[in-house]
Design a protein around this ligand. Structure first.
Ligand code: SAM
Ligand code: DTB
Ligand code: SF4
Length: 318
């Protein structure tokens, strides 16, 4: 889709937009089911990159405790907990610019992935930049999906990150695709970008071939120590408009209501889920910030008569 088409969708009267998004959602998905994903930061902080939103950048003078790459048994314990809690996707994140074949840390991650994959849960990782070799090895180890966000428009990106480029992100996305992994690719809103920047991100996403299987929409979590610590929260109707537009533009993608739910009301989350979001991160923590508690989320899902998505048949637990 091009920007003008996306703008036409986005700028419709609010209720027309969410009605249209709901119709697309009903056509493509079981709307009583929502995918629960568990996130784990397997290596936290000390990152060389200067992403303005991120608490894990060594250049953002936060007080984040650095945590080295976790041991496999500790990760497996968390992954088993995730399966027991009803999550069907386990996403491991690392504060790295990227990984390179031959490095000990990459071998260690591959070893972790091989064992997590045996648990019968979708395995997603987000490790930064990759080339074709690393992508192939991740796929062979059992990664089902690679998360690599473009985060915003090509024009706004250099205003939030200078240590790597939009093209670097696109190159990794291409390596992920060539290796045959599913792609999880979305963005963050509330970083000072315009609504047009958000639609330009969607323009890029809708022109990827193949389309991303999953599109996380994160609301900025303003982390202390980052240049974005004092930015105001995003307007809820702008968030819902974007989710609805994403649902229409990417009908078959999992649209993930990702970071920032802790500051959304239950009603706001209900509206976002109605407008087409069909996945949330489940568990008390995201990577370095808080997420609503499990009990709170259970209650919300019960009140909305939503049930966790059942595992895919090919994901038999062994
Ligand atoms: N280092 C890898 C990378 O940059 O792709 C993986 C980890 S990075 C933390 C993964 C994603 O988390 C970012 O692309 C961004 O979309 C999201 N993220 C990080 N900090 C955030 C924040 N404060 N608020 C919302 N989303 C955030
Ligand atoms: C994504 O799009 N959101 C997740 C996941 N992919 C890796 C990360 C959210 C991070 C929120 C800020 C934090 O906890 O540090
Ligand atoms: Fe590093 Fe990723 Fe955070 Fe950027 S978003 S500072 S690459 S961990």
């Amino acid at each position: 889709m091009n920007l003008a088409e996306l703008q036409r969708i986005y700028e419709q009267p609010f209720f027309t937009l969410i009605q249209q998004a709901r119709a697309v959602y009903v056509e493509h998905w079981k709307t009583d089911q929502i995918q629960l994903c568990t996130l784990l930061s397997i290596k936290t902080g000390g990152c060389s990159e200067d992403c303005g939103y991120c608490s894990q950048s060594a250049r953002n003078g936060g007080k984040l405790p650095l945590t080295p790459l976790m041991e496999k048994c500790a990760v497996l314990e968390k992954a088993k907990e995730a399966v027991d809690n009803g999550s069907t996707r386990f996403c491991m994140g690392a504060a790295w610019k990227g990984v390179r074949d031959g490095e000990a840390k990459f071998e260690h991650v591959l070893d972790i992935i091989r064992d997590v994959a045996k648990l019968g849960i979708e395995v997603c990782v987000t490790l930064g930049n990759l080339t074709a070799t690393e992508a192939r090895k991740l796929k062979e180890a059992g990664v089902t999906s690679y998360n690599h966000n473009l985060d915003t428009s090509p024009e706004f990106y250099p205003k939030i990150v200078t240590s790597h480029t939009y093209q670097d992100r696109l190159n990794t996305i291409q390596a992920v695709r060539e290796a045959g992994m599913a792609l999880c690719c979305g963005g963050i809103i509330g970083m000072g970008e315009t609504e047009t920047d958000r639609l330009k991100l969607l323009e890029v996403l809708t022109n990827l071939d193949p389309l991303p299987e999953s599109a996380p929409i994160n609301c900025l979590v303003p982390m202390p120590g980052t240049p974005m610590a004092d930015l105001p929260p995003v307007d809820i109707f702008e968030l819902v408009r974007l989710i609805a537009t994403t649902r229409i533009a990417l009908p078959k993608a999992k649209v993930r209501l990702s970071a920032g739910r802790s500051t959304l009301t239950r009603e706001a989350q209900a509206l976002a889920l109605f407008a087409g979001a069909n996945s949330i991160f489940y568990g008390d923590r995201l990577l370095t910030s808080d997420n609503p508690g499990v009990d709170q989320d259970r209650e919300l899902l019960d009140d909305l008569n939503l049930v966790p998505q059942v595992p895919h048949q090919s994901m038999a637990v062994s």
